[in-house]
Design a protein around this ligand. Sequence first.
Ligand SMILES: [Zn+2]
Length: 77
Amino acid sequence: MSDDIFSERPQEFFQASFLTNGYCDAQTILPVDGHYACHCTCGRWDVVADDEPAGLALAREHTRDLTQRLLAQRSAS
Ligand SMILES: [Zn+2]
């Protein structure tokens, strides 16, 4: 029975907790094999950029996207 609690947990609940827990606290951009591996503390953002400025731009895009989704969710509820 306890397994059903997790398997039937609605996707909406998961997304809501993800957005309100502030998981996007920090993004890291590390040089790896001539590229830059970009990672976010939320664990849902892992990309490879050609250089550091590109990685920073992608990081800003990632956090801005999440902020807009959070605001949209707040105004919808
Ligand atoms: Zn993130």
